[in-house]
Design a protein around this ligand. Structure first.
Ligand SMILES: Cc1ncc(COP(=O)(O)O)c(C=O)c1O
Length: 430
């Protein structure tokens, strides 16, 4: 798009580069978001885009949902903020109850609020260490748990998240993630799972004693890694190993929760109850709210005020969270995600047939990774740029995978139009 057609964009981006530090940015393309509705976004120059990103899976119920907007406005009129660590307010109490009941499994749960997903991931470390009186935390390669010091220590997707900020939080180690693409030729999923679990047992025996491990934290479906679903056998085995060794089994649902994967929680695909889980992003439709949800004895083990912050459980954010949950349920979004995900998958598979440069189409719910060869990162960047210039927000992840995470209220028509733009881009660039 030309400079003349986009004067606001260029003026604002120049100012951003002057005053905003680059560390907080994962630059994709020059979109200056002005306003948005459902699955459509408008930029500062009035151009519209179909949204295949949903603000990084933070607005599952779509942009500008009237029920959420009204809840925010009404709560703002009543009370903008009062520190919830000192006193009480109803939106936080109501939301804690809803989340405790919504979490998988039947054990009684409690909730501890914070503002970002990163803080919730760090919260898991604190609750787990406090309960078990052990220090080691295991997470996975290619995981994204956030960028505060503790969450960056948990993450292992981009070495720039660790560069020059060390020492990192000690006693955090990263296991290889069981990406089924890493199977040996002819290796079954069962054998592959067994191989990865045997390696973990070896680790317990030769490197890190299991009785010093507080928790294993996993994204049951890795998001930023490109929507990778591990084999069921592996997750069941991991859960059992945790159980047998007094290690807490903890999940990060920040990216995949609230219907994204076609079920309410990504761990629901494996029918397991985590000891602790972290939620954020779509919890309050992108308003700054996150939480650790966990079994009561574990949540009770951390002494006050170890997880209190001034702006946690802000009442406007909690009101937005309650309204968001209403809408997730009213619109039956997990089911819609599952059904439309099937529709999108068919369309992407057709694309793959016509363009074998696409190596793999993964889709679980409205939640997909469209993977190209790792050597094709420049091509994928150009394709994503082409999409942007033709009215589609579709970014890449891991440099060579297109990330498909639209608002769950997107229509079939919008999915088709968006994929047609990708097809045009492939035709022009391939
Ligand atoms: C799985 C997962 N965990 C944690 C985070 C961190 O959340 P936040 O960016 O709100 O700190 C993210 C963010 O992308 C994520 O995808």
């Amino acid at each position: 798009m030309s400079f003349e057609k986009n004067p606001n964009r260029h003026r604002l981006i120049a100012l951003d580069h002057q005053y905003v530090a680059p560390a907080g940015r994962v630059s994709k393309f020059d979109l200056v978001v002005d306003h948005a509705k459902d699955a459509t976004v408008w930029d500062a120059d009035g151009n519209s885009y179909i949204d295949f990103l949903a603000s990084a899976s933070a607005v599952n119920i779509g942009h500008g949902n009237p029920h959420v907007v009204a809840a925010i406005q009404q709560q703002a009129d009543k009370l903008v903020h009062y520190i919830s660590g000192y006193f009480y307010h109803e939106p936080a109490i109501e939301l804690a109850k809803r989340l405790a009941l919504l979490a998988p499994g039947n054990s009684p749960k409690q909730v501890s609020f914070s503002t970002s997903g990163s803080e919730a991931a760090e919260g898991i470390v604190k609750f787990a260490r406090s309960y078990t009186k052990r220090s080691v935390i295991l997470t996975f390669q290619n995981s994204w748990h956030g960028t505060t010091l503790g969450a960056a220590s948990l993450s292992a997707i981009d070495a720039n998240m660790h560069r020059d900020i060390g020492p990192l939080v000690p006693d955090i180690h990263h296991l290889p993630f069981p990406d089924p693409q890493k199977r040996f030729p002819n290796e079954t999923l069962a054998d592959f799972s067994k191989r990865y679990l045997d390696d973990l047992r070896d680790l317990f025996q030769h490197d890190i004693p299991a009785d010093q491990i507080a928790a294993i934290l996993i994204e049951p479906i890795q998001g930023d890694a490109g929507i990778i679903t591990p084999p069921n056998d592996y997750i069941q085995g991991l859960y059992q190993l945790c159980h047998d060794n007094g290690i807490l089994f903890c999940t990060d649902e920040i990216n995949q929760g609230f219907g994204r994967s076609g079920k309410m929680w990504s761990i629901d695909h494996f029918n397991l109850e985590p000891d602790l889980m972290a939620v954020g992003k779509s919890l309050a439709s992108g308003m700054p709210l996150s939480a650790v949800i966990g079994k009561v004895p574990i949540m009770d083990s951390l002494a006050s005020p170890a997880n209190a912050t001034t702006t946690a459980a802000n009442p406007i954010c909690c009101a937005a969270g309650l309204a968001t949950l209403d809408e997730v349920e009213r619109l039956n979004l997990p089911q819609r995600s599952q059904q439309l995900g099937e529709f999108a998958k068919t369309q992407f598979l057709e694309l793959q047939q016509d363009f074998p440069i696409i190596k793999q189409v993964r889709m679980i719910g409205l939640n997909g990774g469209i993977e190209f060869e790792a050597t094709k990162s420049a091509f994928v960047t150009a394709l994503s740029e082409y999409c942007f210039e033709h009215g589609l927000i579709m970014i890449s992840t891991m440099d060579h995978i297109l990330r498909f995470q639209p608002p769950l209220v997107i229509t079939e028509e919008e999915i088709k139009t968006g994929i047609a733009i990708i097809r045009d881009g492939l035709q022009k660039l391939a």
